[in-house]
Design a protein around this ligand. Structure first.
Ligand code: ADP
Length: 376
């Protein structure tokens, strides 16, 4: 996809917003873990196509290659595969690789798209021998569809219900052996009976900075971006352990390099570009920093309730809880406690502030923390 068309898509999406909101949306969107239209178009070109091309996730890839090789030797369909882990780590990519390695067609759908059992019956009845069915966000499928899926996974059969009430009849429908690849960001939400029907379950972990550097070099090669090793290190460190974010930051840094410099992504260029997009050294964006800033400067590091914190940064509590907090908690900057949100010692250091002696810092001063918590 050309750079110009990439831009056009973004400005269409962001066009109706006011200037300040737009800047805010830009700074949020750049670190969002979900793919937008722009990402999807570019991601198709950047996805590894074979297990050997996948960077990181060695254990998962090794186990998966055994599952696939064994199935090939048996001449049958591989066991159903469940991939769990946060967004942007490569679950869809692995599903495509599974189909590719088995030389089988891949059908893609998602849990929220299957609102009725009939939706699933329609998909399953159209399957051919050996097809791979990818169901993203499988934990969001409707309950009747889920029950239909149990039977399909185990017996390669579905019962299609005709009619309603006492006159309803179940017509069994044979379906050819297929492989289900389910992806979920919330493995814990999957009902036990569904989880148990997967022969192989893999949990995908966040990527190390070194792995993200490799992802960036590979993507830069495919996109024709001259990327220096120190430039890759700079971008990798701010990508929150997520290849999707690394690839997106690379595209923004490339834009900056092309417009403001000679197109080469050096450390200085990456640093300057990411400053424009307000992504800091740790990969925190504007909202993340606003939350930390309010927590530290206005509430002395907490504990403070979620809704108070949200009012202080002018956001909805859900936005703070679902958008900013997961990464702040993972980065060890914020803790959720029964008394409210508390900043860790690392948070004070991140904003360049000294930890006040009275601060409730989880882990470092348990007695002080307990005292503060009790005092409320
Ligand atoms: P998920 O389905 O988990 O949300 P995707 O499979 O869509 O994530 O991956 C997002 C993007 O990240 C892909 O397009 C791909 O370019 C990149 N990516 C993910 N995992 C890897 C990997 N192991 N090596 C290289 N690129 C990767």
């Amino acid at each position: 996809m050309s750079q110009d068309s990439t831009r056009a898509t973004e400005s269409e999406v962001e066009g109706p917003l006011g200037a300040q909101e737009q800047a805010y949306a830009e700074s949020r969107a750049i670190l969002a873990v979900d793919a937008d239209g722009d990402d999807r178009a570019v991601e198709a070109a950047l996805r590894p196509r074979h297990l050997g091309e996948v960077i990181g996730q060695e254990r998962v890839c090794e186990q998966l290659s055994l599952v696939l090789e064994a199935a090939r030797r048996r001449g049958g369909a591989p066991d159903h595969v469940l991939l769990s882990g946060p967004p942007g780590l490569g679950k869809t990519t692995l599903a495509m690789i599974i189909a590719g390695e088995m030389s089988s067609p891949l059908r893609l759908t998602s849990g929220p798209a299957i609102t009725h059992a009939g939706d699933l019956a329609a998909i399953l009845s159209g399957m051919n021998d050996g097809d791979v069915l990818f169901v993203d966000e499988i934990h969001r499928m409707s309950r009747p569809a889920e029950e239909m899926l149990y039977l399909a996974m185990e017996d390669f059969r579905v019962d299609v219900i005709i009619g309603k009430g006492p006159g309803a009849t179940a017509i069994p429908l044979e379906i050819p052996p297929f492989t289900l690849v389910g992806a979920t960001t919330r493995a814990g939400l999957l009902p036990g009976p569904l989880r148990d029907r997967f022969g192989f379950t893999a949990h995908m972990d966040f990527y190390s900075a070194a792995e993200l550097e490799q992802v960036l070099h590979r993507s830069a090669r495919l996109l024709g971006v001259p990327l220096r090793p120190e430039g890759a290190t700079e971008v990798a460190g701010r990508s929150r352990g997520t290849p999707r974010i690394a690839n997106r930051l690379l595209r923004r840094v490339r834009d900056y390099a092309q417009v403001r410099a000679d197109g080469v992504v050096t450390r200085e260029i990456a640093d300057a570009a990411l400053a424009v997009y307000e992504v800091d050294q740790e990969g925190l964006d504007r909202l993340d920093r606003a939350v930390l800033d309010a927590l530290l400067r206005r509430f002395g590091g907490g504990p403070v309730g979620l809704s108070t914190l949200a009012v202080a940064v002018g956001e909805e509590p859900e936005t703070v809880e679902e958008v900013a907090e997961p990464f702040l908690v993972r980065a060890g900057l914020l803790a959720r406690t029964p008394r409210g949100r508390v900043a860790t010692a690392a948070a004070w250091a991140h904003l360049g502030l000294a930890v006040p002696r009275h601060a409730a810092v989880p882990g470092s001063h348990p007695s002080l923390f307990d005292g503060d918590a009790a005092a409320g």
